[in-house]
Each structure stands twice: as C-alpha cells, then as structure tokens.
Design a protein around this ligand. Structure first.
Ligand code: PMP
Ligand code: GLN
Length: 378
C-alpha cells in the first residue's frame, strides 16, 4: 500500500528495549519504572473488577475521576476546569496528544515543535497533513530563544507543542519562557498543546509552570497528562486531557470514534486511590533522590552530565570522547557495557546528532548501580 508515513520506522523505544532484551542488558532506554506501583492501588483496581465495573465507562471518562482530576488541576494551578466539559480521560498521554492534534490540525497547518521532541508528535502531525516546523534546542541547556521562535511563525501557524518537564532533556520552562510565549501568542489564534506528563517530576523545589496557571494560555491550550507517570503504572495506559470547553468539544468528537472510552476498572480504582492526594505528593522527592543517586554514580564515569531539572531522564554527552554516531554509541553500550540508553538524535526530525544519550533513572538503586558498573568500563 501507499505508506502515509514513508520515513517512519519503528519507534526507538521498541528498538532499544528489544535490543536490551536480546543482549540481556540493563534497560535504561524506554522510560518505565522497574519497581511496582503501590499495592493499595492494585487492590482498588482488583476490587473494582470484582464489584462488576467491567462494562463501558462514560465516553469522556468516569465522573468521579474527572472530578478528582479537575480538583487537582484547579487546586494546583489556580484554574477552574469544569469536570463535565473540560476534562476527558484518555488511553495514556499518547492518545490525549494524538486526539488533540486530530481535533484541530488539517492539511497545510503548521505546527511548531521544540526538538529534541517526544517521538509521537511529528508523525501524528504528518498523518493529519500538517507541516512540522522544528525549533532546534541544543545541549547543554536546551534553552529557547523566543525571538527565533517568532521567526517560525507564518499565517499557517496553527499550533505550538510544548513539553515541560521535558523528555528527553530534563529541561523545564521557566516563568520567563511563559511570559515570552504569552507575548508571542497575544492577538493570534494559535493553539497550544502542552505535554505535561512529567508535571510532578520536577526537582530542587522548582515550581512546575503549567499552562493552566496562566488564563491567557489556558484558554488556547490542550494539556496532556499521564497516570502512568503519576502512579508508576506506564502499562495501564491511562491519562487525560484538559482543555477549555470549546476545544474539548472538538476533542471529544474525535475521542468518541477513536476509543469511545477508556477501560473502566482502572478508572474506578484510580479514582478511589486518588481521593488521598498524599498518594502522589511525595513524587518530586522520590525521583529527586533517584536523580541525585544516579548522577553521583555517573559522575565517576567518563561521560559529561547534562543538567536535569525534571522528568525521569538523565542525559550525558560523550562528544569529548569520540566521534561515533549516537545510534552506534548506544548499540555499542548495549553490546559491550550491558546498558541500553536512547540516542537523542532519535528525537530530531533530521536526526541531528549532538553525541548525547538519555538514561531513564526510574529504577531501583541496585539497577542503577549495576548499570553504572557497566558504564565504568568505557
Ligand atoms: N509525552 C511524553 C513527553 C512522554 O515521555 C510520554 C511517555 N510516556 C508520553 C507523552 C506518553 O504518555 P503515556 O505513556 O501515558 O501514553
Ligand atoms: N515515554 C517513554 C520514554 O520516553 C516511553 C514511551 C513509549 O515506549 N512509547 O521512554
């Protein structure tokens, strides 16, 4: 058949996880915890199944879960999301992103993304006939020069996709960035898709600047979130989207024919679990401890550590060591050092190679220790 995505292969996460398995390497590539979630949460889901919550959930998501989501966002970000019209439960952050794009991008629309960018954005935009306009961020700080972003604007600019805390670089948007974004989008119809799946994984006491905090941006934004990150349950594929009612109306038109609704017992279980916000309040400290532990170990290797302010990814540079392509370097580390990582060029449309690798530290201490033992051989 005629491929709609001729340049797209298999996602790097699948490629590297498979390679790790084949070589029995420690898998710090694909981002997921290697420890289990809270057994109480599993009990809540099992109870829901036993109590017969096994049929379709309401199309936008379980009412009680939407209410909790709205309450969480409204409390944290001083917003006023209406659970009936402005919150939809999705099959992970991925479906929230795909559905948000599907509900508003048509042929010829331009979408600005910040590279390195999560690998699902560009193919989704292309599939809809949209054009990807990349802004290239560079190591070590991956900062954004908003005057340069402005140069990417045309009459066809339909949307800007943001991601903070950022995968893969661990960078975050500051208040200065947000102010620049407000200024840049003022008096325009440009929409924003804000990927905030790592909203609770942010370190050193830094505040997460959700777009929900800023009325000027909130009114034009879809915000994607993931329970996979919040509850250490990436395999459950549960997430949600927040958007003002006029945008959410269009989002649900697509959602209802895309998945219709998301699995019921997990929504019931998560809703019961989240009644106690203490269940997720400790996330920044939990992951900061892992980041600090991993960074202190990595400091003994030959890699140069890049900053990490949020997310559960640590990037390292090896540009001072050799000139190998990052894809080759990542493969070599699997074969010779027994550790899988993600070559960051995979997150650039033109596969720009800054000789940077990404490691996931959502792992047990012993896993991180073993991984660094392997990396010390470099
Ligand atoms: N956005 C980013 C930046 C991610 O890292 C991920 C990975 N999990 C997602 C979206 C997708 O989230 P989910 O697994 O809930 O679909
Ligand atoms: N978000 C995870 C990562 O960045 C993986 C998601 C996936 O496997 N599609 O590693």
């Amino acid at each position: 058949i005629h491929s709609k995505l001729p340049t797209v292969g298999t996602t790097i996460f699948t490629v590297m996880s498979k390679l790790a398995e084949e070589h029995n390497a420690i898998n710090l590539s694909q981002g997921f915890p290697d420890y289990d979630c809270d057994p109480k949460l599993v009990d809540f889901v099992a109870d829901a199944m036993k109590k017969g919550f096994n049929q379709y959930a309401p199309m936008p998501g379980l009412q009680s879960l939407r209410e909790l989501i709205a309450e969480k966002a409204n409390t944290l970000y001083d917003a006023d999301y209406n659970p009936d019209t402005e919150v939809t439960v999705t099959a992970g952050g991925t479906q929230a992103i795909f559905t948000a794009l599907s509900s508003c991008i048509t042929a010829g629309d331009e979408v600005i993304i910040f590279e390195p960018a999560y690998d699902s954005y560009a193919p989704a935009i292309k599939l809809l006939g949209g054009l990807v306009k990349p802004y290239e961020m560079v190591p070590p700080d991956y900062e954004i020069d908003w005057e340069m972003v402005k140069k990417l604007f045309t009459v066809n600019t339909k949307m800007i996709i943001l991601n903070s805390p950022h995968n893969p670089t661990g960078s975050i948007l500051t208040e200065k960035d947000i102010k620049a974004l407000i200024k840049l989008t003022k008096n325009t119809d440009i929409l924003i898709l804000s990927d905030e799946v790592y909203e609770h994984i942010i370190f050193d006491g830094i505040k997460h600047h959700s777009l929900a905090l800023y009325p000027e941006l909130r009114d034009r934004s879809f915000i994607a979130a993931s329970f996979g990150k919040l509850l250490h349950t990436t395999g459950w594929k549960l997430g949600y989207c927040l958007a003002p009612a006029n945008l959410m109306k269009e989002f649900r038109k697509v959602h209802q024919f895309n998945v219709f609704s998301v699995n019921t017992p997990m929504q019931v279980g998560v809703a019961n679990y989240l009644k106690d916000p203490e269940t997720y309040n400790g996330l920044p400290e939990f992951f900061q401890e892992k980041r600090d532990f991993f960074r202190s170990l990595l400091g003994e290797t030959k890699f140069k550590l890049l900053p990490c302010h949020g997310s559960y990814f640590q990037c390292v540079s090896y540009a001072h060591l050799n000139d190998e392509k990052d894809t080759d370097m990542a493969q070599k580390l699997v074969r010779e050092n027994g550790v899988a990582s993600i070559p960051v060029s995979a997150f650039y449309i033109r596969k720009t190679d800054h000789k940077v690798l990404r490691f996931c530290f959502a792992k047990k201490h012993e896993t991180l220790e073993k991984a660094v033992e392997g990396l010390m051989k470099l």
